[in-house]
Ligand binder design. Structure first.
Ligand code: F6R
Length: 604
């Protein structure tokens, strides 16, 4: 999704901006651009369709300055091309704007500008902002921006340069992240800390409705109405090196292998052996409130939603509270009935997914209690929710989620254990789950040691026309996530079904070119699952089983170590991440940047 970088200080700005853009490449984009205050006055810009290196090759020889803004664009309004790339300029070329988000009333605003004789050069919604700021008669840049924003409906994270106000960058946020990086006599701004952390780890995250003015040695924040806000910088816990590839060929591979340490991290300091429970400091839910919860509803998108399915299962099993998960993107549009006895939980790696954030805001507006299970500390969802559990997976750079999926599932196990022990889960069961949680890192390492075999299996199945993923109850969310992983990274079509549903229709698809991946945890449903394998075999379907022992009905089995039944789904997802990875590799895909996809979907 679109990325913003800005800098004001004493250093040569263009290389800094390009480096920042490169750090945002992982989010997915189709064009890039930069605007700076030229040394002899006035703005200079360069834009290019394609990669940041294309933009770099297009920078004019004399492109020196110490203040600038830059952008990677992921097309929403208008095709990806040089003209539609940001920054956009006003008619006099005095204002440059980079914008993330979507302006809902852009068509009206464009029509009004055209009626006033303004010539719009791009097809974007964002260009109107540059013109509105440029046409404002207000005396200061801050007021010009404020006046323009007052006319806008929609979402934005923006950074603005003005030729007549060369000592500052003005930024604003409504629904799209904006983070200020505080340096020594220099300031940074970005839509993602990834672009800043190699220069400073002191950051201020703007709230919705907040603006900021950055000068080389000073910054101030205020609301879009102009009242000052207090902004105390916080320290980003992630090191700049966490964003490097660390000797791996791809971020996806690195992040799959980081899961051993990541799971260790999400457990660290949280287990309370004495009471056979866990301590979750940020939950803001006391025992009395936890006991009063009648239902749990988990909301998230994509892989986050799938971890929500695992989370709901864990909460029902360990805490015996009815729980379910729903895509946040659906929930927010169906005028949901909000029940005061339901605990709502928003799940998100980035903490910025627009649909999930909007669902949280809708719930809060209706008076619900909402917790967050989030990876990025201080992100919008983390701040909008009443409390929650941080996932501590570290930065996830690859567009497709792996380590964050696993860590979020573990975070749900912690939450379920906590709720369970406040209610009816016995000490013995609490101890059993804690012992299981402690075994997870080593068991994940064991799965990862099987990578060569999984790679061979991926090569064997990479010719599939389509893949069917099946599982039952605990295995079903694993099947869904594995199906999503395969399709998004390898582009092999995949379907996920509850194993019990096969005979109600999808069995018609089974043939040798459509192999099935069956997730078979060793639980009370194993025999029923084995019967499903028979059904598939009878239709000449090839079967790859993921199970705790070799399966005679399957053509191949990936054997996964056994944990407690409630925790087995967490482990069973890991080999299937490797299967998707090696299938994509065998098919020559661009693994870290799958086509059409973006990390953190901050638009509707
Ligand atoms: C899939 C994937 C996406 C995200 C989804 C939600 O591999 O990464 O499906 O899970 O876009 O993103 P977050 O978790 O940032 O809210």
């Amino acid at each position: 999704m679109c990325g913003i970088v800005g800098y004001i200080g004493k250093r040569d700005v263009a290389p800094l901006l390009l480096e920042g853009l490169q750090r945002l490449e992982y989010r997915g984009y189709d064009s890039a651009g930069v605007a700076i205050h030229g040394k002899s006055g006035g703005l200079k810009t360069a834009k290019a369709k394609g990669r940041v290196r294309e933009l770099e090759s297009r920078l004019p020889k004399r492109f020196a300055g110490t203040t600038g803004i830059a952008h990677t664009r992921w097309a929403t309004h208008g095709a990806p091309n040089d003209v539609n790339a940001h920054p956009h300029l006003d008619a006099d070329g005095k204002v440059a704007v980079v914008h993330n988000g979507i302006i809902d009333n852009a068509a009206d605003l464009r029509a009004k500008l055209v009626a006033d004789g303004v010539e719009l050069v791009s097809d974007t919604d964002s260009e109107v902002l540059a013109h509105l700021i440029g046409r404002s008669q207000a005396p200061t840049l801050e007021e010009k921006v404020r006046a323009a924003l007052a006319l806008i409906e929609g979402t934005y994270g923006i950074a603005v340069l003005h030729a007549d106000f060369a000592d500052r960058i003005v930024v604003a946020r409504n629904g799209s992240p904006v983070v200020l990086g505080i340096g020594e006599k220099e300031m940074f701004v970005a839509s993602d800390v990834a672009a800043l952390v190699s220069h400073t780890r002191q950051v201020v995250t703007l709230d919705d409705g907040e603006m900021a003015t950055l000068k080389a040695d000073d910054f101030r924040t205020y609301t879009t109405e102009g009242s000052r806000t207090s902004a105390t910088p916080t320290t980003v816990e992630w090191e700049a090196e966490s964003y490097d590839m660390g000797g791996h060929e791809t971020y996806m591979h690195k992040e799959i292998h980081e899961q051993v340490d990541a799971v260790d991290r999400v457990l660290r300091g949280r287990i309370d052996d004495r009471f056979a429970t866990v301590r979750l400091g940020g939950l803001n839910l006391d025992a009395r409130e936890a006991r009063a919860v009648r239902r749990v509803k988990i909301l998230g998108c994509g892989s986050a939603y799938h971890t929500g399915l695992i989370g709901a299962q864990l909460i029902e099993e360990l805490a015996r509270i009815p729980a379910d998960a729903e895509p946040a993107s659906e929930f927010r549009y169906r005028n949901p009935v909000v029940d005061p006895d339901t605990l709502y939980i928003a799940v998100s790696q980035s903490g910025e997914t627009y649909d999930t954030l909007a669902a949280v805001q809708e719930l809060k507006r209706k008076g619900a209690r909402v917790l967050g299970v989030v990876n990025v500390v201080g992100s919008a969802i983390a701040r909008e929710t009443d409390g929650g559990v941080y996932v501590h997976a570290g930065p996830e750079v690859c567009v497709v989620s792996t380590k964050c999926f696993t860590n979020t599932a573990v975070a749900f196990a912690l939450l379920a254990l906590h709720l369970g022990r406040i209610r009816d889960l016995s000490v013995a069961d609490g101890k059993r789950i804690i012992a299981g949680l402690r075994r997870l890192p080593e068991q994940i390492a064991e799965v990862l040691r099987d990578e060569e075999r999984i790679k061979e299996l991926a090569a064997e199945y990479a010719d599939a026309k389509s893949m069917m993923f099946v599982g039952r109850v605990r295995g079903y969310p694993v099947a869904r996530e594995a199906s999503l992983k395969l399709k998004e990274v390898s582009y092999v079509h995949a379907e996920a079904y509850p194993a019990s549903e096969l005979k109600h229709g999808p069995l018609a698809l089974i043939e040798p070119a459509v192999p099935t991946v069956a997730v078979l945890p060793d639980d009370e449903l194993l025999e029923k699952n084995r019967a499903t394998l028979e059904e598939i075999k009878a239709r000449s379907g090839r079967i790859l089983a993921v199970a705790h022992q070799e399966q005679d009905k399957a053509d191949h089995t990936i054997v996964v170590p056994k944990n407690e039944v409630e925790l087995d789904p967490i482990l069973m997802g890991v080999p299937l991440q490797l299967l998707a990875y090696h299938t994509a590799l065998a098919l020559g895909r661009d693994i870290d940047k799958p086509r059409n996809l973006a990390k953190s979907v901050t638009v509707e």
